[in-house]
Design a protein around this ligand. Structure first.
Ligand code: HEM
Ligand code: HEM
Length: 174
């Protein structure tokens, strides 16, 4: 069974860790009083912008580099389910940060994103109440399908590895 390229593996794990961190930060911030939230939401926004940039790079890399061929041990139905799940991931990895970035611009009252003290990121759009509502609803709604997809993805990987007994995790292991 083949293995993804080093660059593909680096993209996969860097983005996976950043997405995990962002979900954690948003959940930690949720129960806090408004004034205390910035300590979590400021890195949430900078990490989210990083995920957007990395995902664009990852998609460009993916389109120009074939993934390793999948073993014949996987049925064509399973391979198709995997492919659909991966496409959904790429869509969510673009739409989640984009709706976050659009939301804060369209609300018109958020501070610019401080990118880890290095520079500030301009707002994507100006104040726009309708867009703010759609982006906010989208950002909150899509968090749940993203978390479900991550859970299914991990269960699928573990199933192939330990129940089907094929060296599946090695495909994406550094
Ligand atoms: C936020 C977390 C994660 C995201 C967004 C994510 C996303 C993805 C995507 C998009 C692919 C497809 C790569 C491609 O062919 O273009 C992939 C492949 C893979 N991921 Fe993840 N992943 C995450 C976490 C994990 C974890 C925790 C594991 C380990 C249990 C894992 C194991 C794998 C494996 C083994 C593959 C290769 C699948 C194959 O060969 O078809 N992923 N992941
Ligand atoms: C892949 C990247 C991202 C993920 C996975 C993510 C995930 C989340 C989650 C799970 C929540 C909590 C939603 C809820 O209350 O149920 C949230 C809230 C929020 N996110 Fe993100 N986010 C990402 C990127 C961004 C970006 C790039 C920005 C802005 C630049 C942003 C700004 C916000 C804001 C302002 C909230 C709070 C919304 C509120 O007031 O209810 N997010 N995010």
């Amino acid at each position: 069974m083949g293995k993804y390229s080093k660059i593909a593996i680096l993209f996969h794990w860097a983005i996976a860790i950043l997405i995990g961190a962002n979900i954690l930060l948003a959940n930690l911030a949720e129960d806090l009083p408004r004034a205390a939230r910035a300590a979590y939401m400021s890195p949430h926004k900078a990490i989210g912008i990083s995920i957007l940039i990395l995902t664009i790079g990852r998609i460009l890399w993916r389109l120009s580099h074939r993934p390793p061929s999948i073993s014949a041990q996987i049925s064509s139905l399973q391979a198709t389910i995997g492919r659909v799940a991966h496409i959904l991931f790429y869509i969510l990895m673009i739409v989640m940060p984009l709706t976050g970035w659009l939301m804060i611009g369209a609300k018109g009252n958020a501070a610019p994103v401080d990118f880890f003290g290095l520079f500030t990121v301009d707002m994507a759009v100006g104040k726009n109440a309708g867009l703010a509502d759609v982006a906010h609803e989208g950002h909150e709604f899509l968090a749940t399908p993203l978390i479900i997809l991550i859970a299914l993805h991990v269960l699928g990987a573990l199933k192939h590895q330990f129940i089907d007994r094929m060296p599946f995790l090695q495909r994406m292991w550094p």
